[in-house]
Design a protein around this ligand. Structure first.
Ligand code: GRG
Length: 300
């Protein structure tokens, strides 16, 4: 089998494993909150590329971890990601009707439910990551994972990036501010996914840990720049959402600031930075390298 097919097969297996884990943690028989649960499952299951959990698995695997030691972290990062999508789609944020090819959560249910879906998914992510007595990971590593995830989604991560994004609508940002916004809004959770995978393999510090964190940060920035590019040049049917949304809202993006071609070149530049960061890991990082190419070659 050639390397490309092997990569696609591994991607498919990790996605299936992620789906099983999400099914596991979203299983509830509480009748009083049936509608909330239905909305959480609707938003989470059966869609999306599962990039963040795949990164957890691939990073952990590169360092020799068992998949079972990575399951909770993989589920947790996807729960957080879905929470961010549900809130981001709300009228107070991006006001989107379509997500993953289906009506957004607040369209399929209602706005109040969508707010609660995000809140409950975020809480569930930390509960799952904290683990239980059967957890495969030592308490100190679990604590480091909790801290990494919290940092990645707080003021210096996803929520802060979203605040910069909201404040910038209808205005321009200079290049360094736009880069900071992207690094926080999207890059920080992607970097956290890599950190969680390393911690799940027992690696908590040192040159290799720092190299992986750098890989995650550069990959995250490349991912969001490519996302900006897809919003201009992508295909709505493949994306499962409308294109041109950033320009319609007057959002500063890489194509609006630098032009489409320069934005594409910058996505490749940060992919290359991500690849360069992997040098100390040698052969073990083959799948992580393939993921870096995938992130800027994808059409959805
Ligand atoms: C706290 C009210 C409140 C809102 C928070 C944190 C937040 C809203 C939004 C975060 C911003 C955000 C959604 C960033 C991610 C942008 C992005 C590129 C999403 C798409 O990710 P993909 O392509 O999606 O990985 P799939 O569907 O494949 O999982």
């Amino acid at each position: 089998m050639d390397a490309g097919n092997d990569f696609q097969l591994r991607l498919k297996r990790w996605r299936e494993r992620c789906e099983q884990q999400l099914e596991r943690v979203l299983d509830s028989r509480d009748r009083l909150t049936q509608r909330l649960h239905e909305a959480m499952r609707y938003s989470t299951l059966g869609g999306g590329k599962r990039l963040r959990p795949v990164l957890v698995y691939c990073t952990g695997e590169a360092l020799g971890a068992d998949a079972a030691a990575l399951d909770n972290a993989a589920a947790a990062v996807e729960l957080i990601h879905v929470y961010s999508l549900v809130h981001d789609d709300l009228p107070a944020m991006d006001d989107d009707d379509l997500r993953r090819g289906r009506p957004t959560c607040h369209k399929a249910f209602d706005e109040g439910t969508a707010v609660l879906v995000g809140d409950a998914l975020q809480a569930l992510a930390f509960e799952v990551l904290a683990g239980n007595d059967d957890s495969h990971l030592a308490p100190a590593l679990r604590l480091a994972q909790l801290r990494a995830l919290a940092y990645g989604i707080g003021v210096y991560g996803m929520a802060g990036g979203q605040a910069i994004d909201l404040a910038a609508v209808g205005s321009t940002l200079d290049a360094p501010s736009l880069e900071t916004m992207h690094r926080r809004k999207t890059g920080a959770l992607i970097e956290a996914s890599v950190r969680l995978g390393a911690l799940g393999a027992g690696l908590a510090s040192g040159a290799q840990f720092d190299a992986l964190a750098r890989y995650g940060a550069e990959l995250g920035l490349a991912f969001q720049i490519h996302d900006d590019v897809l919003d201009v040049a992508g295909d709505a049917a493949q994306l499962g959402k409308l294109t041109g949304a950033d320009a319609a809202r007057g959002k500063p993006t890489y194509p609006s600031l630098h032009g489409l071609e320069a934005a594409q070149a910058l996505a490749l530049h940060h992919r290359d930075q991500a690849l360069a960061a992997l040098t100390p890991l040698g052969e073990r990082a083959t799948t992580l390298r393939q993921l870096a190419h995938y992130v800027v070659d994808r059409n959805n």
